[in-house]
Write a protein that binds this ligand. Structure first.
Ligand SMILES: *[C@@H]1O[C@H](CO)[C@@H](O)[C@H](O)[C@H]1NC(C)=O
Length: 107
């Protein structure tokens, strides 16, 4: 089915340096794409999203552009702070809108 691939593992940066976290996706459809951030001791939370090709999602100085040509959604920040230390997850949406008999499908 659909998948995302993140290429960076642990990234160590000095304060003020720029950050890129790569994400490539494989899908037969046009899903929404997401970056989640998980700060130490917390659950994952939505950082930003883009729901169509060429759309740019941005939040808290982070941005990522839905690149349909290169099937990528790289996360970038120009100047990182110590408080950006976290785990970053790339994700794509459920693309199946149908439901099976008797089940309700909430998108
Ligand atoms: C991240 O993506 C860029 C552009 O697509 C590429 O040049 C670079 O090698 C990638 N980095 C990693 C670690 O995969």
């Amino acid at each position: 089915g659909d998948s995302v691939t993140q290429t960076e593992g642990l990234v160590t940066l000095s304060e003020g340096a720029s950050l890129t976290v790569n994400c490539s996706y494989e899908t037969t459809q046009y899903p929404a794409l997401f970056w989640y951030v998980q700060y130490p001791g917390e659950g994952p939370q939505l950082l930003l999203r883009a729901s169509k090709a060429n759309e740019k999602g941005s939040s808290r100085g982070f941005e990522a552009t839905y690149e349909k040509e290169t099937t990528s959604f790289h996360l970038q920040k120009a100047s990182v702070q110590e408080s950006d230390s976290a785990v970053y997850y790339c994700a794509l949406s459920d693309t199946v809108a149908e439901t099976t008999a008797g089940a309700e499908h909430k998108l």
